[in-house]
Ligand binder design. Sequence first.
Ligand code: FES
Length: 101
Amino acid sequence: MAWIKVANADQLQNGDVIGVHAGQAHIALYRDDDSYFATDNVCTHQYALLSDGYMEDGCIECPLHQATFDIRTGKAQCAPATKDLVTYPVKVEGDDVLVDA
Ligand code: FES
């Protein structure tokens, strides 16, 4: 694990999600309530990128079959996903958003 810069803080507004790479990891980076969160970007159900999904009330909805996951904990909230997402620590240093991946 190592801290890797993945974005500039002003790339995301509250409610935004983007796909980023940190080493080999494909990560969905979220901003909500002026805090940043990171999970795996690939849905645990089949193959879809959560960064193409819809974020609301602290959850991300998969664009393919509409499973939802808590962006803070990665917890799967509803079918068809049953497996939680891996989450990653995030910190902000100045204008840089870093993920420990
Ligand atoms: S691929 Fe995400 S819910 Fe099916």
